[in-house]
Design a protein around this ligand. Structure first.
Ligand SMILES: Nc1nc2c(ncn2[C@@H]2O[C@H](COP(=O)(O)OP(=O)(O)OP(=O)(O)O)[C@@H](O)[C@H]2O)c(=O)[nH]1
Ligand SMILES: [Mg+2]
Length: 195
């Protein structure tokens, strides 16, 4: 499966483009990609971003697709599904992605053929930017985008979805869902202590 990395955000909480911010000598998005490609079920990584940011990511040697929507993650997921077919979606700001967890989600996805296979917290909170999507989900997205309803979680709840109960997974997999939103979050990123 191809991994599509969403990289069109404004980094407003971070204060500058967080995905290009260098941590341990490399851009944050490179940490995310290095983790993703370790998953056995990920063959290739493609970055979904806006035209204005294309150049910066291209300089890193990354394959880019342009998100023309600018309506938030839902537009990035839509772009990925139209251009690539079934994909694993990840946010670019997830440097602790656990390849085993990614493989687990993709295997579940292939087994039950849902529209979306997404991690779910006990409080009902979803992790739509760490999930596998089928192109069969496109009509649901189109329907919502047409109505200018841009909540990705709402589309997922209206789809044929396989939920992965996070509380039943190995505890250490949870760090896969960690994402960097502020400069303070960088301190929690264990990059420095890893090999
Ligand atoms: N392609 C695409 N990616 C997006 C879009 N909005 C957010 N993202 C990406 O989705 C991921 C998670 O988003 P956030 O953590 O909210 O990042 P952000 O929007 O850059 O940051 P804030 O402005 O602080 O909310 C990041 O990797 C963003 O780059 C979008 O409209 N299109
Ligand atoms: Mg985030």
């Amino acid at each position: 499966m191809i991994a599509a990395i969403l990289a069109g955000g404004r980094s407003s909480r971070f204060g500058e483009e967080k995905l290009l911010y260098r941590v341990d000598g490399k851009p944050l998005i490179t940490h995310t990609i290095e983790r993703l490609v370790k998953a056995e079920n990920i063959e290739e990584v493609v970055v979904i971003t806006f035209k204005e940011k294309e150049h910066e990511f291209k300089k890193l040697g990354l394959k880019i697709l342009i998100d023309k929507f600018k309506i938030g993650p839902i537009g990035g997921v839509y772009t990925a599904l139209v251009e690539l077919g079934d994909v694993f979606i990840a946010a670019g700001d997830m440097p602790n992605i656990n390849p085993e967890f990614v493989d687990y989600i993709i295997k579940k996805f292939h087994r039950s053929r849902p529209m979306v296979c997404v991690p779910l917290w006990p409080n009902g909170y979803l992790e739509p930017l760490h999930a596998a999507y089928s192109e069969e989900f496109l009509p649901v997205l189109e329907n919502q985008i047409k109505k200018r309803e841009y909540m990705l979680g709402k589309a997922i709840k209206n789809a044929r979805t396989c939920y992965i109960q996070i509380e039943s997974l190995p505890l250490e997999w949870r760090e896969s869902l960690f994402n960097i939103n502020t400069k303070r979050d960088l301190k929690k990123f264990k990059g420095a202590s890893r090999e």
